[in-house]
Design a binder for this molecule. Structure first.
Ligand SMILES: Nc1nc2c(ncn2[C@@H]2O[C@H](COP(=O)(O)OP(=O)(O)OP(=O)(O)O)[C@@H](O)[C@H]2O)c(=O)[nH]1
Ligand SMILES: [Mg+2]
Length: 205
């Protein structure tokens, strides 16, 4: 006889493995200082994002260029972490990189095993994303460039941005708003598709 505490409608006990997506891919979110990396990871993540923010101090003035993001009070000192399910069975683990040069030593660790990367760009300071573009090109890590359209920023033609950054012709350039979940999700889907194409082409080569 069933015990008085049993509940026929109670969900079957789940194991930790049931909660794990069938496929989890690691994605980096990179780009220059203050371009919106933490904002993007926070906007799309379905879990509470892990952040490692520290207050910007007087000492960082002159080192960290706040041009265009004067309201910014904190900066990432290690990484951001979030997760998004793209479709059933496919999740992306997002690792936002620190934007400042002095944290470059963390990048190799963060990039290890990554499927690909989003390089966020701000058209007011396009040159700030050169080091990220260079990093992923050198290592053959697939990436897309997502132009974070800050309010008031001029919307450059996508082709002109590709030319200005000297990208390979097949590298996607996408306009986005890092604060919008749907916009960020589109960028991530474009990256997964681009990376899949590149990986398939490499396997056939
Ligand atoms: N208007 C506008 N503001 C944005 C947008 N994205 C980010 N911001 C603001 O820009 C500032 C920088 O955003 P963060 O997400 O901290 O940038 P980050 O790239 O993580 O910065 P670091 O980690 O310090 O390199 C914050 O004050 C955001 O609120 C955007 O699309 N539009
Ligand atoms: Mg950040």
């Amino acid at each position: 006889m069933a015990s008085a505490h049993s509940d026929a409608h109670a969900p079957a006990p789940t194991s930790a493995a049931d909660d794990e997506p069938a496929l989890a891919l690691k994605i980096l979110v990179a780009g220059g200082f203050g371009v919106g990396k933490t904002t993007l990871v926070g906007a799309v993540s379905e879990i509470r994002p892990l952040r490692t923010e520290e207050l910007l101090t007087e000492a960082s003035r002159g080192v960290d260029d706040l041009g265009g993001v004067e309201q910014k009070t904190t900066t990432t000192v290690a990484m951001d972490f979030g997760r998004i399910t793209i479709r059933e069975g496919l999740s992306l683990y997002l690792f936002g990189t620190p934007g400042q040069d002095r944290f470059w030593f963390l990048w190799d660790e963060l990039a290890h095993g990554a499927l690909g990367a989003v390089v966020l760009a701000d058209t007011r300071r396009l040159q700030d994303c050169f080091p990220s573009v260079d990093y992923f090109e050198r290592r053959g890590i697939p990436f897309v460039v997502a132009v974070n359209c800050f309010t008031g920023a001029r919307q450059h033609a996508v082709e002109r941005i590709g030319t200005a950054l000297d990208l390979e012709p097949d590298t996607p350039v996408i306009l986005c708003d890092a604060r919008e979940r749907d916009s960020g999700k589109k960028v991530l889907i474009a990256l997964v598709e681009h990376a899949s194409r590149l990986h398939a082409a490499r396997m056939l080569a």
